[in-house]
Design a protein around this ligand. Structure first.
Ligand code: ATP
Length: 352
Protein backbone atom coordinates (compact mmCIF):
# COMPACT_ATOMS: atom_id res chain seq x y z
CA UNK A 1 0.00 0.00 0.00
CA UNK A 2 1.10 3.51 -0.64
CA UNK A 3 2.44 5.80 2.06
CA UNK A 4 0.70 8.83 0.56
CA UNK A 5 -0.66 10.42 3.71
CA UNK A 6 -2.86 13.15 2.21
CA UNK A 7 -5.24 14.76 4.70
CA UNK A 8 -4.68 11.96 7.22
CA UNK A 9 -1.11 13.11 7.71
CA UNK A 10 -1.69 14.90 10.99
CA UNK A 11 -3.50 11.93 12.46
CA UNK A 12 -0.83 9.55 11.26
CA UNK A 13 1.85 11.72 12.86
CA UNK A 14 -0.02 11.65 16.16
CA UNK A 15 -0.15 7.87 16.19
CA UNK A 16 3.41 7.54 14.95
CA UNK A 17 4.46 9.55 18.02
CA UNK A 18 2.27 7.42 20.31
CA UNK A 19 3.90 4.32 18.85
CA UNK A 20 7.47 5.60 19.06
CA UNK A 21 10.06 3.83 21.22
CA UNK A 22 9.83 4.96 24.83
CA UNK A 23 6.02 5.30 24.91
CA UNK A 24 3.94 2.92 27.10
CA UNK A 25 2.09 1.65 24.02
CA UNK A 26 5.30 0.79 22.19
CA UNK A 27 6.75 -0.82 25.28
CA UNK A 28 3.67 -3.04 25.60
CA UNK A 29 3.83 -3.95 21.91
CA UNK A 30 7.53 -4.80 22.14
CA UNK A 31 6.79 -7.13 25.08
CA UNK A 32 4.09 -8.83 23.03
CA UNK A 33 6.44 -9.13 20.08
CA UNK A 34 9.14 -10.65 22.30
CA UNK A 35 6.58 -13.11 23.68
CA UNK A 36 5.45 -14.16 20.15
CA UNK A 37 1.78 -14.10 21.12
CA UNK A 38 0.54 -11.48 18.66
CA UNK A 39 -2.15 -8.88 19.29
CA UNK A 40 -4.95 -6.81 17.78
CA UNK A 41 -5.55 -3.56 19.64
CA UNK A 42 -8.23 -1.01 18.71
CA UNK A 43 -6.88 2.42 19.72
CA UNK A 44 -10.13 4.07 20.76
CA UNK A 45 -13.80 3.44 20.79
CA UNK A 46 -17.01 4.72 19.21
CA UNK A 47 -20.47 3.28 18.38
CA UNK A 48 -19.09 1.41 15.34
CA UNK A 49 -16.34 -0.26 17.40
CA UNK A 50 -19.02 -1.32 19.91
CA UNK A 51 -21.28 -2.54 17.12
CA UNK A 52 -18.60 -4.81 15.59
CA UNK A 53 -17.46 -6.16 18.99
CA UNK A 54 -18.79 -9.37 20.49
CA UNK A 55 -17.73 -11.48 23.45
CA UNK A 56 -14.70 -10.71 25.57
CA UNK A 57 -14.96 -8.99 28.92
CA UNK A 58 -14.78 -5.52 30.36
CA UNK A 59 -11.44 -4.70 31.96
CA UNK A 60 -11.48 -0.94 32.63
CA UNK A 61 -8.00 -0.92 34.03
CA UNK A 62 -5.17 1.60 33.72
CA UNK A 63 -3.15 1.20 30.57
CA UNK A 64 0.27 -0.23 31.38
CA UNK A 65 2.68 -2.12 29.12
CA UNK A 66 2.47 -5.15 31.42
CA UNK A 67 -1.34 -5.21 31.50
CA UNK A 68 -1.40 -4.97 27.70
CA UNK A 69 1.06 -7.82 27.37
CA UNK A 70 -0.88 -10.06 29.80
CA UNK A 71 -4.25 -9.38 28.14
CA UNK A 72 -2.77 -10.03 24.69
CA UNK A 73 -2.19 -13.65 25.72
CA UNK A 74 -5.93 -14.20 25.39
CA UNK A 75 -7.59 -15.09 22.14
CA UNK A 76 -9.30 -12.10 20.45
CA UNK A 77 -8.56 -8.40 20.51
CA UNK A 78 -8.22 -5.50 22.95
CA UNK A 79 -9.97 -2.11 22.99
CA UNK A 80 -8.33 0.87 24.68
CA UNK A 81 -9.78 4.36 25.16
CA UNK A 82 -9.01 7.26 22.81
CA UNK A 83 -6.21 8.77 24.90
CA UNK A 84 -4.64 5.37 25.64
CA UNK A 85 -4.94 5.66 29.40
CA UNK A 86 -7.45 2.83 30.02
CA UNK A 87 -7.76 -0.69 28.68
CA UNK A 88 -11.51 -1.02 28.18
CA UNK A 89 -11.95 -4.66 27.14
CA UNK A 90 -10.02 -7.77 26.14
CA UNK A 91 -10.70 -11.08 24.44
CA UNK A 92 -13.09 -9.30 22.08
CA UNK A 93 -14.13 -10.87 18.79
CA UNK A 94 -14.57 -8.31 16.03
CA UNK A 95 -16.96 -8.81 13.13
CA UNK A 96 -16.47 -5.96 10.69
CA UNK A 97 -18.26 -6.00 7.35
CA UNK A 98 -16.76 -8.75 5.18
CA UNK A 99 -17.45 -6.68 2.08
CA UNK A 100 -14.81 -4.09 3.00
CA UNK A 101 -11.73 -4.39 0.79
CA UNK A 102 -8.47 -5.65 2.29
CA UNK A 103 -5.34 -7.16 0.81
CA UNK A 104 -4.31 -8.73 4.12
CA UNK A 105 -4.23 -12.50 4.29
CA UNK A 106 -4.33 -13.68 7.93
CA UNK A 107 -7.59 -13.26 9.86
CA UNK A 108 -6.04 -10.99 12.51
CA UNK A 109 -4.76 -8.55 9.93
CA UNK A 110 -7.85 -8.67 7.70
CA UNK A 111 -9.94 -7.93 10.78
CA UNK A 112 -7.65 -5.08 11.87
CA UNK A 113 -7.75 -3.48 8.43
CA UNK A 114 -11.55 -3.70 8.22
CA UNK A 115 -12.25 -2.54 11.79
CA UNK A 116 -10.05 0.52 11.17
CA UNK A 117 -11.80 1.24 7.90
CA UNK A 118 -15.34 0.73 9.18
CA UNK A 119 -14.97 2.54 12.51
CA UNK A 120 -12.39 5.14 11.49
CA UNK A 121 -10.46 4.23 14.65
CA UNK A 122 -6.80 3.21 14.21
CA UNK A 123 -5.91 -0.40 14.98
CA UNK A 124 -2.48 -1.75 15.78
CA UNK A 125 -1.42 -5.35 15.35
CA UNK A 126 1.50 -7.50 16.38
CA UNK A 127 1.93 -10.50 14.16
CA UNK A 128 2.71 -13.66 16.07
CA UNK A 129 4.09 -15.34 12.97
CA UNK A 130 6.12 -12.44 11.54
CA UNK A 131 7.00 -10.50 14.71
CA UNK A 132 6.08 -7.21 13.06
CA UNK A 133 4.01 -4.33 14.36
CA UNK A 134 1.62 -2.53 12.00
CA UNK A 135 -0.76 0.38 12.25
CA UNK A 136 -3.98 0.25 10.26
CA UNK A 137 -5.63 3.56 9.56
CA UNK A 138 -8.25 4.55 7.01
CA UNK A 139 -7.49 1.72 4.62
CA UNK A 140 -3.72 2.02 4.85
CA UNK A 141 -1.18 -0.14 6.60
CA UNK A 142 1.86 1.55 8.12
CA UNK A 143 4.68 -0.71 9.24
CA UNK A 144 6.04 0.30 12.64
CA UNK A 145 9.70 -0.34 12.09
CA UNK A 146 12.40 -1.03 14.62
CA UNK A 147 14.73 1.82 15.52
CA UNK A 148 17.57 0.00 13.74
CA UNK A 149 15.61 -0.11 10.49
CA UNK A 150 14.68 3.57 10.70
CA UNK A 151 18.22 4.58 11.64
CA UNK A 152 19.66 3.00 8.50
CA UNK A 153 17.48 5.24 6.34
CA UNK A 154 17.98 8.21 8.63
CA UNK A 155 21.75 7.91 8.34
CA UNK A 156 21.52 7.95 4.55
CA UNK A 157 19.32 11.05 4.78
CA UNK A 158 21.82 12.72 7.15
CA UNK A 159 24.68 12.00 4.75
CA UNK A 160 22.73 13.47 1.82
CA UNK A 161 21.61 16.42 3.91
CA UNK A 162 25.15 17.25 4.96
CA UNK A 163 26.30 17.13 1.31
CA UNK A 164 23.53 19.55 0.32
CA UNK A 165 24.32 21.76 3.30
CA UNK A 166 27.96 21.98 2.24
CA UNK A 167 26.89 22.82 -1.27
CA UNK A 168 24.45 25.43 0.02
CA UNK A 169 27.13 27.09 2.14
CA UNK A 170 29.50 27.16 -0.80
CA UNK A 171 26.98 28.59 -3.31
CA UNK A 172 25.74 31.22 -0.87
CA UNK A 173 29.35 32.34 -0.39
CA UNK A 174 29.70 32.56 -4.17
CA UNK A 175 26.41 34.45 -4.32
CA UNK A 176 27.74 36.93 -1.76
CA UNK A 177 30.73 37.63 -4.01
CA UNK A 178 28.50 38.19 -7.00
CA UNK A 179 26.14 40.39 -4.97
CA UNK A 180 29.06 42.56 -3.85
CA UNK A 181 30.05 43.07 -7.49
CA UNK A 182 26.42 43.38 -8.60
CA UNK A 183 26.88 40.49 -11.02
CA UNK A 184 24.10 38.10 -9.96
CA UNK A 185 22.08 36.35 -12.66
CA UNK A 186 18.87 34.33 -12.43
CA UNK A 187 21.02 31.19 -12.79
CA UNK A 188 23.15 32.16 -9.77
CA UNK A 189 20.12 32.68 -7.57
CA UNK A 190 18.60 29.40 -8.73
CA UNK A 191 21.87 27.63 -7.89
CA UNK A 192 21.51 28.83 -4.32
CA UNK A 193 17.83 28.06 -3.86
CA UNK A 194 18.10 24.51 -5.21
CA UNK A 195 20.26 23.15 -2.35
CA UNK A 196 18.26 25.27 0.08
CA UNK A 197 15.06 23.54 -1.00
CA UNK A 198 16.76 20.14 -0.87
CA UNK A 199 18.01 20.79 2.67
CA UNK A 200 14.47 21.69 3.73
CA UNK A 201 13.06 18.61 2.04
CA UNK A 202 15.57 16.26 3.66
CA UNK A 203 15.02 17.95 7.01
CA UNK A 204 11.29 17.22 6.73
CA UNK A 205 12.06 13.58 6.00
CA UNK A 206 14.39 13.45 8.99
CA UNK A 207 11.77 15.06 11.23
CA UNK A 208 9.52 12.12 10.40
CA UNK A 209 12.28 9.71 11.40
CA UNK A 210 12.94 11.61 14.62
CA UNK A 211 9.23 11.40 15.53
CA UNK A 212 9.10 7.70 14.74
CA UNK A 213 12.27 7.05 16.75
CA UNK A 214 10.99 8.64 19.96
CA UNK A 215 13.63 8.29 22.68
CA UNK A 216 16.00 6.66 20.18
CA UNK A 217 15.97 9.75 17.99
CA UNK A 218 17.72 12.26 20.24
CA UNK A 219 21.12 12.11 18.58
CA UNK A 220 19.51 12.35 15.17
CA UNK A 221 17.57 15.39 16.32
CA UNK A 222 20.80 17.11 17.34
CA UNK A 223 22.43 16.29 14.00
CA UNK A 224 19.40 17.61 12.17
CA UNK A 225 19.38 20.78 14.24
CA UNK A 226 23.02 21.44 13.40
CA UNK A 227 22.63 20.74 9.71
CA UNK A 228 19.61 22.98 9.29
CA UNK A 229 20.72 25.89 11.44
CA UNK A 230 19.92 29.27 9.90
CA UNK A 231 18.05 27.78 6.95
CA UNK A 232 14.74 29.56 7.51
CA UNK A 233 16.52 32.82 8.10
CA UNK A 234 18.51 32.36 4.90
CA UNK A 235 15.29 31.77 2.95
CA UNK A 236 13.70 34.91 4.43
CA UNK A 237 16.76 37.00 3.59
CA UNK A 238 16.91 35.71 0.01
CA UNK A 239 13.23 36.51 -0.37
CA UNK A 240 13.87 40.05 0.87
CA UNK A 241 16.95 40.49 -1.30
CA UNK A 242 15.21 39.46 -4.49
CA UNK A 243 11.65 40.53 -3.72
CA UNK A 244 11.50 42.65 -6.92
CA UNK A 245 12.86 39.87 -9.10
CA UNK A 246 9.58 38.00 -9.40
CA UNK A 247 6.42 38.78 -11.28
CA UNK A 248 4.60 38.65 -7.96
CA UNK A 249 6.06 38.42 -4.46
CA UNK A 250 9.21 36.35 -4.72
CA UNK A 251 8.74 33.34 -2.44
CA UNK A 252 10.63 30.11 -1.98
CA UNK A 253 7.70 28.32 -0.32
CA UNK A 254 6.46 26.94 -3.65
CA UNK A 255 9.58 24.80 -3.85
CA UNK A 256 8.32 22.67 -0.98
CA UNK A 257 5.77 21.11 -3.32
CA UNK A 258 7.87 20.87 -6.49
CA UNK A 259 8.68 17.25 -7.43
CA UNK A 260 12.35 16.45 -6.75
CA UNK A 261 13.01 15.89 -10.47
CA UNK A 262 11.79 19.42 -11.27
CA UNK A 263 13.84 20.85 -8.44
CA UNK A 264 16.99 19.72 -10.24
CA UNK A 265 16.09 21.65 -13.39
CA UNK A 266 17.20 25.32 -13.16
CA UNK A 267 14.68 26.67 -15.70
CA UNK A 268 11.75 24.94 -13.98
CA UNK A 269 12.91 26.24 -10.61
CA UNK A 270 13.28 29.78 -11.98
CA UNK A 271 9.72 29.87 -13.26
CA UNK A 272 8.34 28.04 -10.19
CA UNK A 273 9.64 30.75 -7.86
CA UNK A 274 8.12 33.34 -10.15
CA UNK A 275 11.25 35.01 -11.51
CA UNK A 276 10.13 37.44 -14.19
CA UNK A 277 12.60 36.02 -16.64
CA UNK A 278 13.31 32.32 -16.79
CA UNK A 279 16.38 33.21 -18.90
CA UNK A 280 19.19 32.11 -16.63
CA UNK A 281 21.57 34.86 -17.81
CA UNK A 282 19.28 37.73 -16.87
CA UNK A 283 20.89 40.11 -14.39
CA UNK A 284 19.33 40.45 -10.92
CA UNK A 285 20.06 43.10 -8.35
CA UNK A 286 20.19 42.03 -4.71
CA UNK A 287 18.95 44.55 -2.15
CA UNK A 288 21.72 43.42 0.20
CA UNK A 289 19.72 42.50 3.31
CA UNK A 290 21.46 39.15 3.72
CA UNK A 291 25.01 40.44 3.60
CA UNK A 292 24.39 43.61 5.61
CA UNK A 293 22.32 41.96 8.37
CA UNK A 294 24.81 39.10 8.69
CA UNK A 295 27.78 41.44 8.85
CA UNK A 296 26.97 42.41 12.43
CA UNK A 297 24.02 40.28 13.55
CA UNK A 298 21.51 43.06 12.98
CA UNK A 299 17.80 43.02 12.28
CA UNK A 300 16.55 43.36 8.74
CA UNK A 301 14.99 46.68 9.77
CA UNK A 302 18.38 48.15 10.67
CA UNK A 303 19.94 46.57 7.58
CA UNK A 304 17.13 48.11 5.52
CA UNK A 305 17.80 51.52 7.05
CA UNK A 306 21.48 51.31 6.07
CA UNK A 307 20.69 50.13 2.56
CA UNK A 308 18.14 52.88 2.08
CA UNK A 309 20.51 55.49 3.46
CA UNK A 310 23.39 54.54 1.15
CA UNK A 311 21.27 53.48 -1.83
CA UNK A 312 22.92 50.14 -2.60
CA UNK A 313 24.87 47.23 -1.13
CA UNK A 314 27.99 48.43 -2.95
CA UNK A 315 27.62 51.88 -1.36
CA UNK A 316 27.36 50.30 2.12
CA UNK A 317 30.64 48.47 1.41
CA UNK A 318 32.24 51.73 0.29
CA UNK A 319 31.03 53.73 3.32
CA UNK A 320 33.56 54.82 5.94
CA UNK A 321 33.17 54.10 9.64
CA UNK A 322 32.02 57.61 10.37
CA UNK A 323 29.52 57.58 7.52
CA UNK A 324 28.07 54.33 8.87
CA UNK A 325 28.03 55.69 12.44
CA UNK A 326 26.05 58.72 11.28
CA UNK A 327 23.07 56.58 10.24
CA UNK A 328 20.31 56.85 12.90
CA UNK A 329 20.40 53.87 15.29
CA UNK A 330 23.91 52.73 14.26
CA UNK A 331 26.51 54.59 16.35
CA UNK A 332 30.27 54.22 16.52
CA UNK A 333 30.56 50.76 18.09
CA UNK A 334 28.10 49.15 15.72
CA UNK A 335 29.64 50.97 12.74
CA UNK A 336 32.96 49.31 13.60
CA UNK A 337 31.28 45.91 13.91
CA UNK A 338 29.65 46.39 10.51
CA UNK A 339 32.92 47.37 8.88
CA UNK A 340 34.67 44.34 10.42
CA UNK A 341 31.81 42.06 9.44
CA UNK A 342 31.74 43.28 5.85
CA UNK A 343 35.52 42.86 5.61
CA UNK A 344 35.19 39.32 6.95
CA UNK A 345 32.51 38.46 4.40
CA UNK A 346 34.62 40.01 1.65
CA UNK A 347 37.68 37.98 2.75
CA UNK A 348 35.75 34.72 2.94
CA UNK A 349 34.49 35.28 -0.58
CA UNK A 350 37.85 36.18 -2.11
CA UNK A 351 39.77 33.45 -0.24
CA UNK A 352 37.88 30.82 -2.23
N1 ATP B 1 -12.15 -11.33 14.12
C1 ATP B 1 -11.23 -11.37 15.09
N2 ATP B 1 -11.43 -10.69 16.24
C2 ATP B 1 -10.50 -10.73 17.22
N3 ATP B 1 -9.33 -11.39 17.13
C3 ATP B 1 -9.09 -12.08 16.02
C4 ATP B 1 -10.01 -12.11 14.93
N4 ATP B 1 -9.48 -12.86 13.95
C5 ATP B 1 -8.28 -13.28 14.40
N5 ATP B 1 -8.03 -12.83 15.63
C6 ATP B 1 -6.87 -13.10 16.49
O1 ATP B 1 -5.75 -13.38 15.66
C7 ATP B 1 -5.18 -14.61 16.03
C8 ATP B 1 -4.38 -15.22 14.89
O2 ATP B 1 -5.11 -15.32 13.70
P1 ATP B 1 -4.37 -15.63 12.32
O3 ATP B 1 -3.11 -16.41 12.56
O4 ATP B 1 -5.37 -16.18 11.37
O5 ATP B 1 -4.02 -14.16 11.86
P2 ATP B 1 -2.79 -13.55 11.11
O6 ATP B 1 -3.29 -12.29 10.47
O7 ATP B 1 -2.10 -14.56 10.23
O8 ATP B 1 -1.85 -13.12 12.32
P3 ATP B 1 -0.41 -13.65 12.80
O9 ATP B 1 0.58 -13.07 11.83
O10 ATP B 1 -0.27 -13.08 14.17
O11 ATP B 1 -0.45 -15.15 12.79
C9 ATP B 1 -6.36 -15.37 16.52
O12 ATP B 1 -5.93 -16.44 17.37
C10 ATP B 1 -7.10 -14.34 17.29
O13 ATP B 1 -6.55 -14.15 18.60
Amino acid sequence: MSKDLGHDEERYRRYRALLAPGTPLREGLERIRAGHTGALIVLGTNPVVEQVSTGGFTVNTDFTPTALRELAKMDGGIVVDDDLTTIISAGVHFSPSASLPTVETGTRHRTADRVALQSNVPVVTVSAAMSVIALFMAGLRYPIESSEQILVRAEQAVATLSRYRERLDSVTRELSGLEMDDLVTVGDLVQAVQPLAMVRRLAEELEGHVEALGVDGRLLQLQMYELTQGIDQLATLLELDYRDAGAERFTLDVLRHLPTGDLLDPVTVASAIGLTSADLDTHLRAHGYRIVSQSAQMSTTTAGRLLEHFGSLQAVFAASGSELAAVPGVGTARARAIRDGLARISDSVSSR
